[in-house]
Design a protein around this ligand. Structure first.
Ligand SMILES: [Zn+2]
Length: 401
């Protein structure tokens, strides 16, 4: 068994110890000490980091024989005396989140008889799973209650209980094993059997906030942050909101409705733009058709145009081909080229076959129906493409049925 210094003194972050075993596991050096302040991953709380002598501690494991394994960056020989140093910022963050969790879980239990059935302390977010589905106001009530206890700065004490003493205690959650137990008490509020590291007074948790929530396995999963994580989160949100307000010139509370109305306006403008584009296409189509070349029974327009996207080219070609006897084959000016081929219903030409032959020559891809085909990704000089389109249409045109 390793002596666990954090059991009685969670603020001890510097200690002297002796290496009692040194081994290699999965290529990693693992040392066991006679005593340690390093917390191993357990009970939903992640491990501490820090150093042992000159070696970095990169993971800490609760081993089956009751000892604690320290994964270190360099092996340390059996019998070596070492000075251990625990990273306090990480440890204190975990203390804030873990004590915060006890208080939050107790608030849900006392106010709403909602029991905590799961806990995870993550690198950014922590979660508790409760066994009931609660509404927004009910969630807020438990959140307020938890913060009231934090701000009353109640003592948080560590006790060790014999099985007899434990049997006489009322725990928030019945301990999985019978004593001797390590018991964490938030004065007159919560009694839990727990091996984790906790602050000495509730006020050190700072503040507890629910971040988001969702239904989960018949109950709910609640994301929460405490202490310094709330400050970090607040700064992120503050900057995001301030950035948005600069664009929208509204009060923070009006931000959602301002975004909603901006989106509505945007949708309206897009609709107007599309209508105008279609009207412009009809107008431009007349000009195009007036320059059409007569090939056999059809008037054929082949052109490369600037400033039209795929949808615009399609509208333009369709508008041109709405006139009897017209075939319109339009290319974009940009690189690689887009192409749309459309023909009037009285013209006997397979637009898809024209496109297929064109793609074979210039690359790209596309497809369509006999009356309308479109493609993109074609590479080559526009003059070569327009010449090829003219020849293809001429060779594939059939007399009207
Ligand atoms: Zn705990």
């Amino acid at each position: 068994m390793s002596e666990r210094i954090y059991y009685t003194d969670p603020t001890c972050i510097e200690f002297d110890a002796t290496v009692v075993s040194s081994s290699t596991s999965d290529g990693r050096s693992v040392v066991v000490l006679d005593r340690t302040a390093f917390y191993p991953t357990s009970g939903g709380q992640p491990y501490d980091t820090g150093s042992l002598g000159d070696a970095e501690v990169t993971d800490v494991i609760d081993l089956d024989d009751g000892t604690i394994g320290h994964v270190v960056s360099a092996p340390i020989a059996h019998g070596t005396p070492v000075r251990g140093r625990v990273d306090w910022a990480r440890r204190f963050d975990h203390m804030q989140q873990h004590t915060g969790q006890h208080i939050l879980s107790a608030a849900f239990d006392r106010l709403h008889r909602a029991r905590t059935v799961g806990f995870h302390l993550g690198a950014v977010l922590s979660t508790i799973d409760i066994d009931k589905v609660l509404g927004t106001e009910t969630l807020a009530a438990a959140e307020s209650e938890a913060n009231r206890v934090v701000w009353e700065n109640r003592p948080v004490s560590i006790r060790f209980a014999t099985p007899e003493e434990a049997a006489a205690m009322t725990f928030r959650k019945e301990p999985a094993r019978m004593g001797p137990l390590r018991v964490i008490e938030v004065e007159d509020f919560d009694l839990s059997a727990c091996g984790g590291t906790h602050v000495a007074r509730a006020g050190q948790v700072g503040v507890i906030t629910l971040r988001s929530w969702e239904k989960f396995r018949g109950g709910m999963r609640l994301e929460f942050v405490c202490g310094s994580r709330v400050l970090r989160e607040f700064r992120v949100l503050r900057d995001a909101v301030a950035g948005s307000l600069r664009y929208l010139s509204v009060a923070p509370l009006d931000l959602p409705s301002a975004i909603e109305s901006a989106q509505g306006e945007n949708k309206e403008l897009r609709r107007t733009l599309r209508d105008l584009g279609e009207r412009l296409a009809v107008h431009e189509a007349s000009a195009l058709v007036s320059g059409a070349r007569q090939i056999g029974p059809a008037r054929v327009v082949v052109d490369a145009l600037d400033g039209w996207d795929q949808a615009g080219l399609k509208a333009l070609a369709a508008a041109a081909a709405s006139r009897p006897g017209v075939v319109a084959a339009l290319l974009s000016a940009g690189e690689p080229a887009l192409v749309v081929i459309a023909r009037a219903s009285d013209v006997n030409l397979d637009a898809a076959a024209v496109l297929e032959a064109l793609v074979k020559k210039f690359g790209g891809k596309g497809g369509g129906k006999p009356e309308l085909a479109q493609g993109g990704g074609l590479a080559g000089a526009r003059a070569d493409m327009t010449a090829a389109l003219g020849q293809l249409i001429e060779s594939l045109l059939r007399p009207a049925p």
